[in-house]
Design a protein around this ligand. Sequence first.
Ligand code: SRM
Ligand code: SF4
Length: 580
Amino acid sequence: MTLSHTRPTTPPAATDAPPARSKVEVTKESSVGLRGGIAEQLSKETDQFAGSDPQLLKFHGIYQQEDRDARKAARGGAGARQHMMMARSKVPGGLMTAEQYLVQDELCTRYGNGTLRITTRQDFQFHGVLKRNLKRTIRELNDALVTTFGGCGDVVRNVMCCPVPIDDVVRTAILAEARVLSDRLLPATRSYFEIWLDGEQVAAGEPEDEPLYGRTYLPRKFKIALAYPGDNCVDIYSNDVGIVAVVEDGQLAGFNVLAGGGLGMTHGMEATYPRLADPICFVPAGDLAPVVEAIVAVHRDHGDRKDRKRARLKYVVAAWGVARFRAELEGRLGRALAAPRPMEWNDAADHLGWGEQGDGRLYLGLWVENGRIADTPDSQLRSGLRAVIDQVRPGVRLTPQQNVILAGIAPSDRPLVEKTLWAHGVRLPDDIATVRRHSMACPAMPTCGLALAEAERALPAVLDEIETVLAELGLAEERLSIRMTGCPNGCARPYLGDVGIVGRTLDKYNIYLGGDFNGTRLNTEFAELVSTADLAPTLRPLFATFRDERLPGEGFGDFCHRLGAEGLRRTTGQAVPVGD
Ligand code: SRM
Ligand code: SF4
């Protein structure tokens, strides 16, 4: 039986909705296919959207934000509240053309804050877009065939995939699957086209059918990533659905499908926690989409619609266990699913530096500090990238570690590329300290409304100190990942790093240790409420003990995991503030 066009069970009609549900559920249901009052509010000369429309805007890839620096100044009487929008373009597998890159580069000056922000899920974010410029921004993005639809909201978000441009059937196949899944799992509503692109209006009160999502869409966001075997560059275990290619005799045999990963949690709320996805089944190549769609439908039907903090698929998988989850899928698909095949991870590659594609062309992976493509006094990265992309017209690929790959470069263009980048003060990956190269931070202040502490703006200085410590200890070449976020939501995937630094309150962080570089294990809390100034001094004795007591070949995260938080505290004699 071929299942490629089967639909999972019909979504519940609006009248089947559970009695108690969150306000967002009511907003979605009464939104007439995600329209709400967005179009009407767009035509008003206000600087912000009111009522429940900011919630609906998310489905269109837009967050209403405030400049929190300005808000702080306003408290002291020196400034006013400044509303602005963040627009997230959705880039499956991180792939775009040179032309699409150049349009986005131009738009971030014309309508944004003059920077492009590569996200940890291979998208671009525009910060600082004023409401009056929002429609033009979205329109001009769409003219370049870039969409923001589904960039945020309770739907399937950007589908990630290992982006390295090596010419190989398996890599080509997984990138193609990422696009197929992305297209297939888009909401059916035409509201995006109507509102932003002046498409034809539907008759009032009659939204289109949403065959997969139904009128209340999903209980929460839903994330999918595809990995090349052995290389966990996408952090597969943090996704609602992780898909890992299985290769036999050099050919794509199929995919292992994992489900139930997610990292968000709330400090002090034990019912919320980061969780690794579990391997669920193996599906032959060609059979993937219906299985993924069935998992989305399980989330739709069984995710918690009362408490948004517990609404992710991971809590369904945790409550049911793998066997029941798989049985539910089998029931929906009408057939048995094969057990997952063994998986092994050898790397979580950042794909930086020059590489051969295997088709006579080269690629160059460039490091972008915390994903922020900007011109600064030290490095004119944005201008340098624009100059190279304009002259050489490479393919552009955003990576899951917030970096960029330029693809399809003719070997004869290599000197021109290097000369142009050097002229703009852009450092090539070999000139960047190992620990900095493998670090990530989320945007946090001043744009993120949920930030409790700084991240992107604080990490560079913290790394200056950590780099010095590691150099003094002879560990400068040690490969370890440090990930910092301004709150426990986990946007830079801190719980999968060797070291996670997670904002608790202004200038204070919890430190998590014992993850592994390949992202297969969650780290655990080591210290809490550490001030920014104390981060490097707190880590110093741990690095020193690691240098002296590590086993041959042991990484820092593995060492911390072996000793455990208590063991580390004992060994280093550290009296660190610890929660229970
Ligand atoms: Fe995130 C909310 C930024 C990847 C878990 N995330 C936010 C918001 C939109 C704040 C908000 O809701 O008002 C942040 C916007 C900040 C700003 O000013 O730009 C934000 N998240 C980001 C980005 C830009 C961080 C980055 O450094 O690149 C990433 C955008 C990805 C994308 O292109 O789609 C980003 N967020 C993640 C990840 C990592 C991943 O998906 O691989 C996670 C952890 C994995 C997961 O989903 O469990 C993540 N973000 C969250 C959560 C916690 C969700 C939960 O289950 O509890 C929130 C809060 C929420 O949804 O209520 C959140
Ligand atoms: Fe904002 Fe928290 Fe995400 Fe950072 S981790 S971007 S502070 S929601």
